[in-house]
Write a protein that binds this ligand. Sequence first.
Ligand SMILES: [Zn+2]
Length: 84
Amino acid sequence: MDAWLSPTCRNLLAHMSDYLDETLDAAQEARIQQHLATCAYCRAMVETTRITIVLYRAAPMVAMPREVHARLVRALALEQPAKR
Ligand SMILES: [Zn+2]
């Protein structure tokens, strides 16, 4: 993770998806909101992620073209370490 981030920023990023899913307990959520009030970087990260999720959910599903799928499968096969 980025070394220049403060421990508070790193903690926020680690819990961001739970924060956006609203699954944190009240104390954790309050800590995050307190940090967001003072940290423009984390506010931008949270808002960008929130908007990305909204856009992703609103986007229609598009089937992957057959050629792209075939290239993806080949690329993933090449990345597999030769184990066993
Ligand atoms: Zn921050």
